[in-house]
Design a protein around this ligand. Structure first.
Ligand code: MTE
Ligand code: MO
Length: 241
């Protein structure tokens, strides 16, 4: 993702290319789209509607495709909004995963304690909104197992993540409890290298790549929409695939 630039500017040409006529959008939303703020507000409404529809269609039994081991790429592509050599270097000795919000046991977790939890592997496709995708093998603990272990309120709406590089993300509870959503400690059977998210990334094969936060330093459970780094710059929050 380039610099701190928003991922897109809403303009008339892009709306027209998306297949919706300006007239149709005006009818749908009741907004006059003559100025950019109104267009932005209208898109926010369409995006909220998208969240609702995607959430309603999402089912905990819908599984992302899994692939044979031989299809997993060994040299995985790095992506962030900065060069890979600026990825945050986390010391395992000093690291503590902080827990906050609607969680009974907020004791911070050390890397070794996380890595001692039950684990499983998945070979799934990571799809980046920028137009590339890659199959990788990730291994780690189902987020549902961890959330149960710490006594999270599983009836709450959102699970939020804070990352060591200033990135942040959040997902709906149904996606957090999905069997393929894992706290991934390994990529290609190796402990996650620094640039891929050490000590762990949230791997969610049912969502776009930007919904997969790396170098997670805090997890919290809440009923208030926490947003996300790219979502707050215009992307759709649910972003299911
Ligand atoms: N902390 C953090 N997590 C992040 C990002 C980031 O910039 N910072 N970028 C996201 C995006 S857009 C993608 S495509 C994937 C890239 O993960 P990879 O480097 O393991 O391929 O990480 C996601 N998670
Ligand atoms: Mo991405």
């Amino acid at each position: 993702m380039p610099g701190n630039k928003p991922p897109f500017d809403v303009d008339r040409r892009k709306i027209l290319r998306s297949g919706l006529s300006l007239g149709a959008l005006t009818l749908l939303t009741g907004c006059d789209i003559s100025d950019n703020d109104t267009v932005q507000a209208m898109f926010a409404r369409v995006s909220r509607w998208n969240n609702f529809v995607q959430g309603a269609l999402f089912s905990e039994t819908h599984l992302a495709p899994e692939y044979p081991e031989a299809m997993a790429v060994k040299n995985f592509r790095f992506n962030a909004w900065y060069h890979y050599n600026q990825a945050p270097v986390i010391s395992a000795a000093d690291y503590r995963l902080e827990l906050a919000g609607l969680i009974d046991n907020k004791r911070p977790w050390r890397v070794a304690d996380l890595y001692a939890l039950p684990q499983k592997s998945q070979i799934t496709r990571h799809v980046c909104v920028e137009g590339w995708s890659m199959i990788g093998k990730w291994t780690g603990t189902p987020l549902s197992v961890f959330l149960q272990r710490v006594g999270a309120d599983l009836t709450a709406k959102y699970v939020g993540f804070v990352c060591a590089d200033g990135y942040y993300e959040s997902i709906d509870m149904a996606s957090a409890l999905h069997p393929q959503t894992i706290m991934a400690y390994q990529l290609s059977d190796q402990i996650l290298p620094v640039e891929y998210g050490f000590p762990f990334k949230i791997r969610i094969p049912t969502k776009l790549g930007f919904k997969n936060p790396k170098y997670v330093t805090a997890i919290y459970v809440t009923n208030r929409d926490p947003g996300g780094f790219w979502v707050d710059r215009g992307y759709n929050w649910f972003s299911g695939i």
